[in-house]
Design a protein around this ligand. Sequence first.
Ligand code: ADP
Ligand code: MN
Ligand code: MN
Ligand code: MN
Length: 337
Amino acid sequence: MDVRRAEYIWIDGTTPTAKLRSKTKIIPLDEDPPIWGFDGSSTNQAPGNRSDCVLRPVFNCPDPTRKDPNGLLVMTEVLLPEMTPHSTNTRAACEAASKTYAEMETVFGIEQEYTFFRGMRPLGFPEHGFPPPQGGYYCGVGADEVFGRDAVEAHLDACLRAGLKIFGINAEVMPGQWEFQIGTLPALDVSDQLWVARWLLYRVSEEFGINATLYPKPARGDWNGAGAHTNFSTRKMRSSYEACIDAAEALGKTHDLHIENYGFGIEERLTGLHETSSYKEFRYGVSDRGASIRIPWQVEVEGRGYIEDRRPNANMDPYVVTRLILETIGTHSKIAA
Ligand code: ADP
Ligand code: MN
Ligand code: MN
Ligand code: MN
């Protein structure tokens, strides 16, 4: 019988930040990945006496990590046995908002920052003391400036072979810190693909004996945190500068709600230093990397485009962040929606 390996990926119930889990199902080559299940009592998703949870496939792509030429990565959502969304399933609400606000034609591009660790230390941090201060690492070149490039390149290859819509990669401001971008895509697609790209990041890092973390403030002190800048545009924003400004104004109306849902530990990262705006205030500005919302300079020049929400943490849930943006723009903007 012709079969293939399907790696089912899901988001667990760990708090305050959920983790990814996955396991393998061998399926007939000519069949789509079916609904499957798992033991929710081992993932903080169910009590032991009612442990069964359901995995429903929502997105799949070629698996670049296996020799199996027909291997699949299967992103799933978690359901209860009665086939309703599990309480940890944040995708269902994102799907509902995507439908409600479909006519806005919103698309997103998410910049995922992360930090490699070897053992207890960020890659590039010496055993004792600290590396030279920040300044030369961002988009650097040379063994004294960048750490982990082999793994970063392997991850980029994996994303491309999986067919993900990866936009680019760059070395970040702190040693061992990097970024990749997913998009531009609608809310559900950018989120499904970002979760798969995160899974690939962890999986590829195994081969290099290092681990990637999305922790928002991986090194205390004068070191940049890790964010997930979320760029977005509605159809109207893509043809009007006024609509871009209006969208930024709308986000100011629900600032606290977004901060509360933009990832655990956001107060540690959004201090007002290190290219952030304090979580306590809301500000937008052209080219301003110290603002909550940045309007890229080309957008002002061209009089249309998109805006960048700089507040989300690296450890945010893209289903939650994109849903909140859809809802806020949909209800509070006059022009952008
Ligand atoms: P930065 O200058 O902040 O580092 P990046 O180059 O890392 O920006 O990422 C820019 C992101 O903006 C990409 O993810 C891209 O998909 C996204 N983007 C570009 N144009 C649009 C648009 N019109 N609507 C939404 N997102 C966009
Ligand atoms: Mn970037
Ligand atoms: Mn960045
Ligand atoms: Mn950015």
